[in-house]
Design a protein around this ligand. Structure first.
Ligand code: NAD
Ligand code: 13P
Length: 352
């Protein structure tokens, strides 16, 4: 049988770690070509050098994952079409807001037998309603798309600290198993569930809860309040997921992609960190400003997700049933003060 060729579309913080993980496996398994292509959204570094050239010279993503060797079989490629043309396994891992544009550029440029997986946390809201990123990929490119989410703070996996992850698949368990083989390592334990939407919605929605947790931290409200936010946030995650996709399974919320990702992101994620700073500044500095200053080019997903969730809920007349989700967006957009995050608890009883 033909060996599979893998391309990672994206090279941010998690994209670079994903390439490293994958490269450590392709080099060991005969079913994969050793080389892993990694598409780099090209930029010029302060030194005047191109990021992709520096990655290929030093084997490090000096901007988004400094200090970590990616593996000699990772090849950075700034040409999107060239990066994907030979691959039959496409791993999508960019901030979600760029995916629609990227997919449109890829139409007609990928192999007919390509399979995809999305590591992206986020969704798009169109006139027709919400669209998950894996669906966007499937529909624009006409290919099958699994998802992988979990309690996966990239910098911790980069130094090979143990974590788990969940692959969500639609019908074909064999394809899911191939993705599991590609990602699974002794320090990155991957399992699979037949619930694409559940896995992807967990990963997407926990970023909204993480903002709420960050507000609570910024207001110095303590652990009990933060735990309450996480509990009610999880309940809204489940209710919202089932509202969009009644097929979503309860058990998915107990996988790594569910409660574990919620916990790690509320403790140590970038959304939490920026929301903490937002609340400490009394909402006077915008998230765009804080993101640029605190994350050095990395991107938050929670603020736009909160807006997207709010649009869906307001369109359906359901805002009152989701006080945490709604309040987070109203705080992010400056309509409410960060301290409003606690008031939601009084209203949360409304949720069935
Ligand atoms: P990141 O936050 O590091 O984002 C920066 C990346 O965006 C860089 O590669 C940059 O080149 C790219 N970029 C900037 N402008 C662009 C444009 N106009 N077009 C295309 N690309 C552009 O990215 P990340 O951490 O790899 O996150 C990607 C996805 O993975 C997100 O959905 C995120 O939620 C998810 N995720 C991240 C982590 C983590 O710990 N970092 C963990 C799990 C999942
Ligand atoms: P942040 O984007 O908030 O850092 O969350 C990372 C993550 O998704 C961990 O699984």
């Amino acid at each position: 049988p033909q060996k599979s060729r893998v391309t990672v579309v994206g090279s941010g913080n998690w994209g670079s770690v994903a390439a490293k993980l994958i490269a450590s496996n392709t080099i060991n398994f005969n079913s994969f070509h050793d080389e892993v292509r990694m598409w780099v959204f090209e930029e010029t570094l302060p030194s005047g050098e191109k990021l992709s050239e520096v990655i290929n010279r030093t084997n490090e993503n000096v901007k988004y994952l400094p200090g970590i060797k990616l593996g000699q079989n990772v090849v950075a490629d700034p040409d999107l079409e060239h990066a994907v043309k030979d691959a039959n396994m496409l791993v999508f891992v960019t901030p979600h807001q760029f995916m629609e544009g990227i997919c449109k550029r890829l139409v007609g440029k990928i192999r007919k037998d390509a399979q995809a997986i999305s590591l992206i946390k986020g969704m798009e809201v169109k006139r027709e309603g919400p669209c998950m990123i894996s669906t966007l990929i499937s529909e624009i490119l006409g290919i099958n798309c699994c998802v992988l989410c979990g309690a996966n703070i990239a910098n911790e996996i980069a130094v090979e600290k143990f974590s788990e992850a969940t692959v969500g698949y639609r019908e074909n368990k064999e394809i899911a198993e191939k993705w599991v083989r590609l990602f699974n390592t002794p320090y990155f334990m991957v399992s699979s569930v037949q619930d694409v939407e559940g896995v992807e919605l967990c990963g997407t929605l926990k970023n909204v809860v993480a903002l709420a947790a960050g507000f609570v931290d910024g207001l110095d409200m303590g652990n009990n309040t933060k735990a309450a936010i996480m509990r009610i946030g999880l309940r809204e995650m489940k209710a919202f997921s089932k509202l969009l996709f009644p097929s979503v399974k309860d058990n998915t919320f107990f996988e790594s992609c569910g409660v574990a990702d919620l916990i790690t992101t509320c403790l140590g994620g970038r959304n939490r960190k920026c929301a903490d700073a937002f609340a400490r500044n009394g909402g006077k500095r915008s998230f765009d400003e804080l993101e640029a200053e605190m994350l050095q080019g990395q991107k938050l997903q929670g603020v736009s997700t909160a807006k997207e969730v709010y649009e869906v809920l307001s369109h359906r007349g359901l805002l009152q049933l989701f006080p945490l989700f709604s309040t987070v967006h109203e705080i992010c957009s400056g309509r409410l003060a960060p301290s409003a995050i606690v008031e939601y608890t009084e209203h949360s009883a409304r949720l069935p």
